[in-house]
Design a protein around this ligand. Structure first.
Ligand SMILES: Cc1cc2nc3c(=O)[nH]c(=O)nc-3n(C[C@H](O)[C@H](O)[C@H](O)COP(=O)(O)OP(=O)(O)OC[C@H]3O[C@@H](n4cnc5c(N)ncnc54)[C@H](O)[C@@H]3O)c2cc1C
Length: 472
């Protein structure tokens, strides 16, 4: 039987997880597939990028993944990475929020927008007394009847008041998605909150019930539930290396952007920037949304317009390695987030050496800073040294330290953060429905069904099975 040819455009985790799933499933029924990956950059992995320098382990993009959604964890285990999985360091499980130029500890039991424990919340400095009283009134408010989508900001204001949005919701929820909470869809990002309101009538009541039932094993940790996050000892890029090692038959072309995709009577033709043409029976488009829209526009203008209607922002991270970092002991934790209100170009900062083992030599420190707003926009074009200088000034202002790093690395990820605005789930469903009507085309990536690695992997793996069924 003639092998069926599958082309994967984009060599990030989505494209590689798609290819891997086909190999895994094909082994079982021994159907022959030839898989080619074309990648614009000269390396595979896309946003996943780990590198070592003088025993510091830098992560440019993702540094961990949530295990509550099992698809990344399961993939790691299937690839034999089980012994490489590490958890966050239990001794430093707390985080901070900047308020009026100072780092305030997120109180124990505070989950993104709401407290499950009253006393630590009351004692904390994360908002005013008035703000705290408004938050604690939440269990007495009626639940919303309508179950439709709502912006994160509208939900938080409605349930917890304006201060909770300003000092907790905006930096925590908005920060995770690099998004404006006024536009961020709660249904597409944190559906749990809407479900809890429906099921318990109150988020605080739901958190307390979970805590009591012992389900929330992280209830004593502050901020996001770090115990539910896993990473890989030698960095997230080990996942990419393992995917390649398990797929030695993959035909990989790097440094070759796909510039045209056309459908012919015999299947698909992909034209690469180098002038080379690739033919395939099926195509997986594993690109960031704006790039996918550009590639699909000539052949499928309506689908491309739908994809292009999902806004997408860019990210810049700055890793800083310090021989000495005089962080006072009360600030020892996983890092901090900065509310928009503070007017900082820093969105958040991870103290990577305290969050995971092995990120820096002992007694040395590794910080990872996320930029936002004008600082991020400038950093996309400016020289690394200038970006680092601006970041150090901001860190000095926020942490009161003037230590100089011995190493730094700026990483830019254009079009890396799709903005899941209110109504996103309907939009994504309509896009996937339309693409399903095009035989042999599979849309993957973080634009549609989730930005985190587990969701990217889940979509890629389910599309791989669909592609195999189509080609069988
Ligand atoms: C700074 C940052 C931190 C993050 N942290 C986390 C985290 O801690 N945990 C988590 O779960 N998620 C995190 N995410 C989200 C997650 O990393 C991404 O959603 C995921 O890696 C996207 O993978 P992908 O393969 O879909 O896309 P990408 O990684 O963007 O891969 C797409 C690939 O397509 C290539 N390409 C583009 N155009 C073309 C073309 N024309 N032809 C061929 N190739 C092309 C690109 O070069 C790229 O390699 C983070 C994201 C960012 C930006």
């Amino acid at each position: 039987m003639k092998p069926r040819r599958i082309a994967v455009i984009g060599g990030g985790i989505s494209g590689l997880a798609f290819a891997n799933r086909i190999r895994e499933a094909a082994k079982a029924d021994s159907a022959p597939f030839e898989i080619s990956i074309v990648e614009a950059q000269d390396r595979l992995g896309g946003i996943i990028e780990s590198f070592r320098d003088e025993n510091f382990l830098f992560e440019g993009g993702p540094e961990s993944f949530i295990t509550e959604k099992p698809w990344a964890l399961e993939l790691c285990q299937r690839l034999g990475l089980g012994s490489q999985l590490i958890n966050t360091r239990a001794e430093y499980r707390r985080s901070f929020i900047v308020r009026k130029g100072r780092l305030e500890a997120v109180p124990e039991g505070f989950y993104l927008i709401a407290p499950s424990r009253i006393l630590p919340f009351l004692k904390s400095g994360i908002m005013s007394w008035r703000g705290k009283m408004r938050v604690l009134a939440e269990p007495f408010l009626p639940a919303r009847k309508n179950s439709g989508d709502e912006s994160a900001a509208s939900f938080i204001r409605r349930r917890f008041g304006a201060e909770a949005l300003r000092w907790a919701g905006q930096p925590m929820l908005g920060g995770i998605y690099s998004a404006d909470p006024e536009r961020l869809s709660l249904r597409a990002t944190f559906p749990k909150f809407l479900d809890w309101e429906r099921d318990h009538g109150s988020i605080i009541r739901a958190l307390r019930a979970r805590s009591r039932a012992g389900k929330n094993s992280e209830s004593l940790a502050s901020g996001p539930r770090y115990g539910l996050f896993a990473s890989l000892r030698t960095g997230m890029e080990s996942l990419i290396r393992a995917l390649l090692a398990h797929n030695p038959d993959l035909s990989v072309t790097t440094g070759a952007a796909a510039v045209r995709l056309s459908r012919t009577s015999e299947g698909w033709t992909i034209l690469l920037g180098s002038g080379q043409e690739l033919r395939a029976d099926a195509v997986a488009c594993a690109l960031p949304g704006p790039r996918a829209a550009r590639l699909l526009a000539p052949e499928f203008p309506e689908l491309a317009a739908q994809i292009a209607s999902i806004p997408c922002s860019s990210s810049v991270t700055v890793n800083l390695g310090y021989r000495e970092f005089p962080l006072v002991s009360k600030f020892r934790g996983f890092g901090f987030v900065v509310p928009e209100e503070e007017g900082s170009g820093i969105l958040g900062c991870t103290f990577s050496h305290l969050k995971f083992e092995g990120r820096a030599p002992s007694d040395q420190a590794l910080l990872r800073v996320f930029l936002r707003g004008k600082l991020r926009d400038r950093a996309l074009a400016e020289k690394d040294e200038k970006v680092v200088t601006e970041v150090l000034l901001e860190l000095e202002r926020l942490l009161g330290i003037s230590a100089r790093p011995v190493l730094s690395a700026v990483r830019r990820y254009p079009d890396s953060m799709p903005q899941y605005e209110v109504g996103h789930l309907d939009k994504a469903a309509a896009i996937l429905k339309r693409s399903n009507e095009i035989p042999g085309l599979y849309l993957l990536g973080n634009t549609y069904c989730g930005v985190g690695l587990p969701d990217c992997i889940r979509l890629a793996e389910s599309k791989a099975i669909e592609a195999m069924e189509f080609l069988s």
